[in-house]
Design a protein around this ligand. Structure first.
Ligand code: FE2
Length: 380
């Protein structure tokens, strides 16, 4: 095992100095070109359940929003009804992408005050929004690119999701099987060359996060492409944000390609936990989700690299599932191909068996797999 991937256990403990205690991921909002159709993809292909809706029929004249849930994961897909607004500009610029990584807090006012005081750019002042089921307080700040963090205080709300959303379960596709996705593990941002440390500083100083891990271009490089990454973790340890920037390589890195097609920094991938990756991946594959593939030689040396694991090697090889080990245990992971036409956002499926790291041992095989895809796209 490579021991250079060390985890600083002391730095990340929540303490009285945690000025931004984050309870959990609240939801992820995507701005998309056609939320109604995307909702079908997330149901049929990804195993989400349609649970909530806001739109013309509910008195929302600006946008249609569909709430999809699986395990503790909540995705909101939103499409504007008209062209002259920020949402439409966002979609024109970035294609479908993540606009809001919303986080649950006990006080959206305190979260706003504490972060803005430390330099965060405000997007929405603490605002009380109510309906018959109570009220929420919502505030928001900017992070990289056009991405924001909303702070959601929902202690006084008994409704389905947020005020304005109605139960849409009657419209859900019947008989859709859950794919075993349980919660969000981490969300990765891609930022421009030379900007990683700026955003590491933002998460450290403005949001009170600590640095969990760091990878440089010696860890993450192939013959052609390189990147650098630092993993930031909230004081409560619940929220993890790796931040990537491109590093100089012989050819255009996957981060450069993302930045070119997303037209700026943004969310690169969303990692979601499962308790049975073999089942989850075979389920998703059977519904048409495409995953990156490492060469079969990867499995020849796997056991000598990670030791004995519970899962049968043939099953892992059959699905192309990757394995890595750290001091705390091991993890299994697999990455989807981009989920839209632009080579931008993708998903990671991850099963942790003790391991707290991010699969550094797989970076090389993985990036070579990505390069083969990039070559097909004419990027390399
Ligand atoms: Fe990841």
């Amino acid at each position: 095992m490579d021991t250079s991937e060390t985890i600083s256990r002391t730095a990340a403990k929540g303490s009285s100095e945690d000025f931004l205690p984050l309870k959990n991921w609240d939801h992820i909002e995507f701005y998309v070109g056609n939320a109604k159709q995307s909702a079908f993809y997330y149901q049929y292909a990804m195993g989400f359940k349609l649970t909530g809706y806001s739109g013309l029929e509910t008195g929302n004249r600006e946008r249609a929003s569909f709430l999809l849930e699986q395990g503790k994961i909540r995705f909101v897909l939103s499409t504007p009804y008209h062209p002259d607004n920020f949402m439409s500009d966002h979609i024109k610029q970035h294609g479908d992408g993540v606009r809001d990584i919303a986080l649950e807090v006990d006080s959206a006012e305190s979260a706003f005050i504490e972060t803005v005081k430390r330099g965060a750019e405000p997007v929405m002042k603490p605002t009380r929004i109510e309906d018959d089921n109570g009220y929420i307080i919502r505030s928001a700040i900017k992070t990289y690119g056009d991405t924001i963090h909303s702070f959601i205080e929902r202690n006084n709300y008994k409704g389905l999701f947020l005020p304005g959303f109605v139960d849409a379960s009657a419209k859900a596709i019947k008989g859709i099987k859950d794919a075993g996705l349980r919660s969000i593990d981490h969300m990765v941002g891609n930022v421009e060359l030379g900007k990683m440390n700026h955003w590491v500083k933002f998460y450290a100083e403005t949001m009170g996060f600590s640095q969990l891990l760091s990878f440089d271009d010696k860890d993450i490089s192939t013959e052609y492409t390189a990147l650098m990454s630092k993993v930031m973790q909230s004081g409560t340890g619940k929220i993890k944000f790796p931040i990537n920037e491109p590093a100089a390589g012989k050819k255009k890195s996957q981060i450069d390609e993302y930045l070119e097609f997303y037209h700026g920094p943004g969310v690169q991938h969303i990692a979601m936990n499962t308790t049975n990756i073999v089942e989850t991946v075979s389920e998703l594959k059977s519904r048409g989700i495409e995953f990156l593939r490492v060469p079969t030689t990867y499995y020849e040396e796997l056991e000598s690299r990670v030791g004995k694991i519970d899962e049968p090697m043939e099953e892992l090889a059959k699905h192309g599932i990757l394995v890595d080990r750290d001091d705390d245990g091991y993890l299994l992971q697999l990455f989807s191909k981009p989920i839209e036409d632009r080579p931008t956002v993708f998903f990671e499926i991850i099963q942790r068996k003790g391991a707290k790291s991010f699969g550094k041992g797989n970076f090389k095989a993985l990036f070579e797999a990505i390069e083969r895809e990039q070559a097909v796209r004419g990027t390399l």
